[in-house]
Unconditional design. Structure first.
Length: 112
């Protein structure tokens, strides 16, 4: 898919909103996996509030909700099928990386 420069700039600007400053210590009582999940959950909520649900299938959203409900520990099985789902998945990978997680943290995978 080709994207125009203004579209790419808008996506990058949007994703920059999710960047959080690095901190030497995590909040007491939360493990690093819990912190990562909380940051990712906020990015997901913010992304949906910004872009809406248009073009997202019930299955895509339900599988993603299952991932969040697992504390972000369930094996990734959220398969983006529409262009809108793929755009959101790409946004979430960048948002997750901006939040200090690896690009493999989000649950997006299409298995045979």
């Amino acid at each position: 898919m080709s994207r125009s420069l203004p579209t790419i700039a808008a996506i990058v600007t949007f994703l920059a909103c999710f960047a959080e400053p690095s901190v030497a210590q995590e909040p007491q009582g939360q493990s690093w996996p819990e912190v990562k999940c909380a940051r990712y959950r906020k990015a997901w909520s913010d992304a949906l509030a910004h872009r809406g649900m248009k073009g997202l299938s019930q299955e895509f959203v339900a599988r993603h909700d299952d991932f969040l409900a697992s504390g972000c520990t369930a094996k990734g099985d959220v398969c983006p099928r529409s262009a809108e789902e793929l755009d959101l998945a790409n946004m979430m990978v960048v948002a997750a990386m901006n939040a200090g997680t690896a690009s493999t943290f989000p649950p997006f995978a299409c298995r045979k």
